[in-house]
Design a protein around this ligand. Structure first.
Ligand SMILES: [Zn+2]
Length: 118
């Protein structure tokens, strides 16, 4: 059983040995970068992979009046985020706090849309 606050993933012995060897080869460099253990090493590899996936997952499709349209590669669909009363609302997740609204805020800060015509 993993200790409190941890979960385990089962991997093949061969993969585990490869990880151990890679960690052993870079151990001193990793220690200087604040990666003091095999667990921390694996955590960093996984975190970097997930960050990279997030970066390529969402693409700005277009923006018109108060809607920011986002292409979500994982969902394989367009997601509309409504900008109303100072809040971003995701039409897919039905919330103001999701990956899409976060992405929409980033776009909005860089390129605020023109106000809707009266
Ligand atoms: Zn969403």
């Amino acid at each position: 059983m993993p200790r409190a606050g941890f979960k385990s993933v089962t991997i093949k012995e061969e993969t585990y040995r490869e990880l151990e060897e890679a960690y052993a080869r870079e151990r001193e460099v990793l220690a200087r970068e604040g990666v003091p253990s095999l667990t921390a090493y694996v955590t960093r590899i996984v975190a970097r992979h997930l960050q990279e996936q997030q970066k390529t997952r969402l693409k700005h499709f277009n923006m018109f009046e108060n809607v920011i349209r986002i292409q979500d590669a994982k969902l394989k669909r367009l997601v509309d985020v409504d900008f109303r009363n100072g809040e971003m609302f995701c039409g897919y997740c039905h919330t103001t706090e999701c990956l899409h609204t976060g992405f929409a805020w980033g776009l909005y800060r860089n390129h605020p849309p023109a106000p809707a015509k009266e």
